[in-house]
Structure formats: C-alpha cells, structure tokens
Write a protein that binds this ligand. Structure first.
Ligand code: SF4
Length: 230
C-alpha cells in the first residue's frame, strides 16, 4: 500500500440518512475532491483537503471506531480508486465497505474495487444536475451484474421532467426498479427539500406498483442546517 488517500473531513459515526440503509449507524469516510460539479451539491466542502493518509494509517483510524459498516463517500471516492483499492482488498473481510459514487469513472481498477466492497450506491446524474461528467452506463451495468441485490441507484429530482428521464432509463432496464430510490433535491443553501409534496404526488402517479422508492434525506431532518459531520 503506497498511494496517499485524501480525506475531506475527520471520519465520524452517524445515522445513514439516504437510500435503503437509512437508519443504520455507520462510520462515514469522506474523500476529498470531485470533478462532477453538480449545481445542487450539498458537500462542496469536500473539495477541501482535511488530511492525507497512507492506507495503513487510515485503516488504523477506521479500526479505532469499531464500526462494522463503513460508508465511503465524497467528494468522489472513485477519483482515488488506485489509492483505495489496496486498502479495500486488504480489509474487506474485517468490515462491510459501502461505496457511494456518481459512477462517472469506468476502469479495471474501479471494477476491482466494486468486487471488494459489500455494497454500491450509484448517485445517477440526471440532466438537471448540470454535471460536468455523466454517470457511465457501463459502470451501472457492471455493478448490477456484480453486486446483484447489494446495490441501489439514487436519482435526485429537482423538476417534474426528471421523472420522465428516470422512466426512460428504467423502461430499458426494468430489473433496476427494485434498486431505484428517488429523492427530492435539497436546496444547497437552506438544506431544505424542494417541492417534496409535488414530487411525492407525481411519484405516486408515475411509479405506482413499480418497486421504486421515494425517500427523503433523514439526517437533514434530524440535524437541520448542519452541513458537516452528520
Ligand atoms: S458527484 Fe456528488 S460530490 Fe460530486 S459534485 Fe455531484 S453531488 Fe457533489
């Protein structure tokens, strides 16, 4: 293990606030840096560097929390796939690694990382995110093939038209519906969800009996206005 890993903040234990693992207590490890630049990004501070670690030192820090479930997030963890892979390969029997990624990177290293984590959450980039990089469908298809039920695809909606884009994708891959989570966009300044009732009612009309879930970000309701460390 040699390459350094860049973190955006000190790892912390909190309650998972998004997706199908909502409510579980986990250790959060937030990587520094992301090239995707979604306009609504609620972790812009992850562009800042808190500290760099060699993988052995980071592992000792993680071990000290005595948490079985470790959520790798960012920033974009896959921007540091080369540095992360040796750590994940060496420790995946000791903890459950969860990878949360925009899925905008596709390479052999990324696929090996996917093989070694317990769970993958893909934060799929809809057009309304105005992301500089799109989610790579080769990545999405590979994760689905490799992880089976141990994955989810999260869609952040900011306008009603986003539902059409989601439907188009899910019509092409109906098997993704059971793994799909739709989440209203949160205003990056006020940290409050946008048009929740409108989106929820639209969801009921469009996704009835589909297996797709509609969820809020629980941690933003437990700790309103708090941007870091929750
Ligand atoms: S991919 Fe994630 S971390 Fe990167 S800009 Fe978008 S929301 Fe923020």
């Amino acid at each position: 293990m040699s390459q350094k890993i860049r973190l955006a903040e000190r790892p912390y234990v909190s309650i998972q606030g998004e997706g199908v693992h909502t409510g579980r207590s986990m250790l959060f490890v937030r990587l520094s840096g992301c090239r995707t630049s979604c306009w609504w990004c609620d972790t812009r501070y992850a562009q800042e560097l808190w500290q760099t670690f060699d993988p052995e030192t980071l592992w000792k820090l993680i071990e000290g929390f005595n948490c079985k479930d470790v959520w790798l997030t960012g920033g974009e963890p896959l921007d540091q796939a080369d540095a992360l892979l040796p750590l994940i390969e060496a420790t995946h029997c000791n903890v459950n690694w969860y990878l949360c990624t925009s899925g905008t990177t596709f390479s052999d290293t990324v696929l090996k990382l996917v093989d070694n984590v317990w769970w993958v959450t893909i934060d799929y980039k809809l057009r309304s995110a105005l992301a500089k990089q799109a989610t790579d469908l080769r990545f999405v298809n590979s994760v689905a093939a490799k992880k089976g039920s141990q994955m989810e695809i999260k869609f952040v909606v900011g306008r009603v038209e986003d539902f059409t884009e989601i439907q188009e994708l899910l019509n092409g891959r109906p098997d993704f519906r059971e793994h799909a989570v739709i989440q209203p966009m949160y205003d990056p300044v006020t940290m409050k969800p946008l048009q929740t009732k409108v989106f929820a009612e639209h969801f009921i009309r469009e996704f009835r009996n589909s297996g797709v879930r509609f969820m809020l970000q629980q941690h933003k309701h437990i700790w309103p206005g708090v941007k870091r460390g929750v």
